[in-house]
Design a protein. Structure first.
Length: 496
């Protein structure tokens, strides 16, 4: 039976090319920053201001947020040029971020005493909610100082579900950079008799991209007076088992270096869906039809195979930048993209592009970032594997690291987090009068008996806080999610 996972919003995911230009509503440097979302304005108007400042509107993922925010404020949202290659501006933080990250206990020794007492008084009663099951853990970090303001079971390894995608995306961005794009290419033999479609591991490849590749290929073949060819397809970029350890499942397609629309067999772009058992073959057959339509006949059915030794590339399609893939993976809790990112990290590290290689590559990148890994086991990139074990200290630390101005390459992790009441897997949460709408950005995690939430929120003192809440042994998912939402809302001072 399929494990339940977060169902994303109905907002089209888009192709977030410009996510790196997004501002998290922040100004100022490492030692003197001010989060502009904090103001005396209350209610949805303030939430709208936060959302307008926070989301990469040019990505397409945040259109629903922009429209709702603009309606509330009666003004238009920010606009960025999707083709602008500017690097991201520093996120709010300080050079000392994570200085006390690996400490144990409830509060670090030099954390502000008043803040620590306040958080214990506010969060401890909520952490005792029976809806959170028989095990729960929490960590809160002030991203400007790196101080742990709250911790309970901080270093206890627990099943994270989809919040492990935070670790996967941090590792991929660290290994490859936000501008990296995944290529899909077409190679033609020197004698113009054989065409090979070569997958690079882009799960978001679509029919429009295949059509463009077919058009470019046909142009090159016609220039050489070739009217018919044999078609091969190469998915050798990935190795190992194609199925996730959970087996055939509507939550994830068989892993393949060549696939179209994540192997979906319906018109969906996110969430569970029927999946093909032959992603590469289906992609090649679609390409063959498009090549025929472009005026080049393919002889027989496409067959798997490597490009001829003497061949040249005649057409290339590049995926959205890694920054955009990261945003989409986090906003929609996209399992296929997350696993692809783990494999891309494996390729960059010289590891085999399989589940084990991805696990080793992600872990190695987190180690390079000096994050607390005691008891941590990264079993997959998506969080579908129950063998995943992380700590609340690691998840909060990952988010604090993404806010570190020394690591601007990690900014898409923050901009990709769903916004409470607006986008992705949080679009249907924080919609009551309890508060939190527009203020909380967080990655959700859901498996049977497991619920988690990790993200960022601004408190009433203007501090950007990174938090992670983990619960296991839960018996009522809806009640568990509500309990987690109350924790994050209370952290941000509840109603506004």
């Amino acid at each position: 039976m399929a494990e339940p996972v977060e169902r994303p919003s109905t907002e089209p995911p888009g192709t977030p090319d410009g996510g790196l230009k997004a501002r998290l509503g922040v100004r100022g440097g490492a030692n003197n920053w001010q989060f502009t979302a904090v103001s005396a304005v209350a209610g949805l108007a303030l939430a709208a201001g936060v959302v307008l400042a926070a989301g990469p509107w040019d990505s397409g993922q945040r259109k629903a947020e922009r429209d709702r925010a603009a309606a509330a404020e009666h003004t238009g949202g920010a606009h960025h040029d999707a083709g602008d290659p500017e690097a991201p501006a520093p996120a709010p933080s300080a050079p000392a971020v994570l200085a006390a990250l690996s400490g144990t206990g409830t509060v670090t020794q030099d954390a502000p005493a008043g803040a620590a007492r306040d958080l214990r008084a506010v969060l401890d009663p909520l952490m005792g909610n029976d809806a959170l099951g028989d095990r729960r853990a929490a960590v809160v970090i002030d991203t400007a100082t790196g101080k742990r303001l709250y911790g309970k079971g901080a270093d206890a390894p627990m099943t994270p579900a989809s919040t492990v995608k935070i670790a996967t995306t941090v590792a991929a961005l660290s290994a490859l950079g936000p501008a990296h794009r995944i290529p899909t290419t077409v190679r033609v033999s020197d004698d113009l008799r054989t065409v090979t479609l070569v997958g690079g591991g882009d799960p978001t490849l679509d029919k429009a991209a295949l059509r463009a590749l077919a058009t470019g290929t046909a142009r090159a073949l016609k220039a050489g007076k070739a009217a018919s060819v044999r078609l091969r397809y190469d998915a050798s970029g990935y190795s190992g088992p194609s199925h996730h350890p959970i087996g055939p499942n509507e939550n994830i397609a068989p892993m393949s270096a060549l696939m179209v629309n994540e192997g979906r067999q319906d018109d969906s772009s996110k969430g569970p869906a029927p999946r093909t058992e032959d992603p590469a073959g289906d992609a090649a057959r679609t390409f063959a039809g498009l090549l025929d339509h472009a005026g080049v006949t393919t002889k027989g059915a496409p067959a798997p195979g490597r490009p001829a030794k003497k061949s040249r590339t005649v057409a290339t399609h590049l995926s959205a930048p890694l920054s955009g893939l990261v945003e989409r993976a986090l906003t929609n809790s996209d399992n296929d993209i997350a696993e692809a990112l783990a494999r891309q990290a494996a390729v960059a590290a010289g590891e085999p592009a399989d589940f084990n290689g991805g696990r080793r590559a992600v872990t190695a990148q987190l180690k390079k970032l000096r994050l607390p890994l005691k008891g941590v086991n990264i079993a997959d990139g998506s969080g579908l594997d129950r063998d995943d074990k992380v700590t609340a200290a690691l998840l909060a630390g990952l988010l604090a690291r993404a806010a570190d101005p020394a690591h601007p390459e990690l900014r898409p992790v923050l901009t990709g987090l769903p916004v409470a009441g607006f986008s992705g897997t949080l679009s249907g949460r924080y919609t009551t009068k309890a508060g939190g709408t527009g203020f909380i950005r967080a990655k959700t995690g859901t498996l049977t008996g497991v619920n988690s939430l990790a993200g960022t929120v601004v408190d009433t003192r203007g501090r950007l806080l990174a938090f992670a809440f983990l619960a296991s042994g839960t018996t009522a998912p809806t009640e568990a999610q509500a309990a987690l939402d109350k924790l994050a809302t209370a952290l941000g001072a509840g109603k506004r």
